[in-house]
Design a protein around this ligand. Sequence first.
Ligand code: CUA
Length: 349
Amino acid sequence: MSNGPGPERPLARADWRQMVVIGAIASALGIAAGLLINWFPVAASREAKPIDTLWDVLIICSVPVFVLVVTVVLFSVWKFRMRPGEELMDGPPIHGNTRLEIIWTAIPAIMLVALCTYAFLVLRDIEKADAGQPVQVRVVGQQFAWTFYYRVDGKEIAAPQLYVPINRQVEFTLQSKDVLHDFWVPSFRIKKDAVPGIDVKYRVTPNRLGTYAIVCAELCGLGHSTMRGFAHVLSQADYDAQLKKLAAGPAKAPPAAGAPDGKALFTSSGCNGCHTLADAGATGTVGPDLDKVLKGQTPDFIKTSIVDPNKEIAPGFSGGIMPGNFGQTLSGAEIDALVKYLSDVTKGG
Ligand code: CUA
């Protein structure tokens, strides 16, 4: 058999109709699935609703485009596949189709311009500053923890968790001590990179009381997945009380509270997320097994391991994974309690 052109198998009208029907049904199913899936956690900011609507519009517009392309490809593979006896044949020669090319360039171009304009308008709208002073929070990322700084009576105080008042615009100033991180509270919907050397700002107005997850959304090293935290949206009164408490410092807490509880601190500070410690029921494997590496160590060694974790690295582990900010986010009394607890439970082992 020669390599000449094979028998022509043009797209018949019935094929066209079949392809359009399959594409339309698949698009409808795809859009329905896209809208039914719960992509985001509960909305907790004023900005969330317009963003969710934008997301739905993008699904409705992009699913048919994807389905159309996939339908044409699969339909062609099926309808124009090679039959026995056609192994050495070329297909029919292909000519351009100017009308078709203009159409498939113009429609996506118009859609893109329209969607970009819509997205731009939504973002410009939700990023507007309210009248009056926003609540200022400085957010500092480092491998692998967030620290939040609040101004109270002209003094800056640090906390390992985020506290914001409800229904007031908050302006975050994002900073990084080492590499790129990305500050994201999924329930607030907005996220931005924290870039070393520059201040990145964004505004959000939380509008639902509760505690929400904070996630680092930029791959920033081995401990990236552990770089999480909590955002608490409080009533104005609770927020004021919380800041007062932070400003007073845990050391000056009423004596009724007693000394800080080392075991509770082990969990509340997130140690259990990365370390194994039998007494606390912790089974993390990101960091060293504390039952093993702290056995027989002095309290001084344990303290240094907490406040200056990169001074000495356990064999088999890389440096720079454990957050280096516990010296700032925990009080002296809390660190002492944690050291005593760790020292006690790993002594005999
Ligand atoms: Cu910080 Cu990922």
